[in-house]
Design a protein around this ligand. Sequence first.
Ligand code: HEM
Length: 88
Amino acid sequence: GVDTLMRIPPSVLKRHNKRDDIWMALYGKVYNVTAYMPYHPGGEKELMRVAGRDGTKLFAATHGWVNAEFMLDNCMVGFMVPEPEPDS
Ligand code: HEM
């Protein structure tokens, strides 16, 4: 449900950049794509290019017509948020 979704800044997204723990942001939503890796028609190497990062631009450039929001619905972990300001 929506209360289990996280607010994820870039520094947290970045920690999930490994083959066996890979998150990516698409259109403001963050997905854990670890389980999807072997099924990506474009291969695992392409997904690794955006591991722990915002993949929106590359995704849109390669296959803007693919409905990733629908395909990855079960893999959604949260929403991108800006990096919090350090305490002063
Ligand atoms: C192909 C899904 C992320 C690169 C495909 C196809 C799907 C898909 C369904 C087949 C499209 C078709 O044949 O019409 C996804 C999903 C993604 C994702 C759900 C998000 C997790 C990416 C990213 C890149 C990428 C970030 C680039 C860095 C490619 C390439 C192909 C492809 C190059 C073409 C492979 C070929 O036709 O030989 N992807 N993709 N994908 N994808 Fe992705």
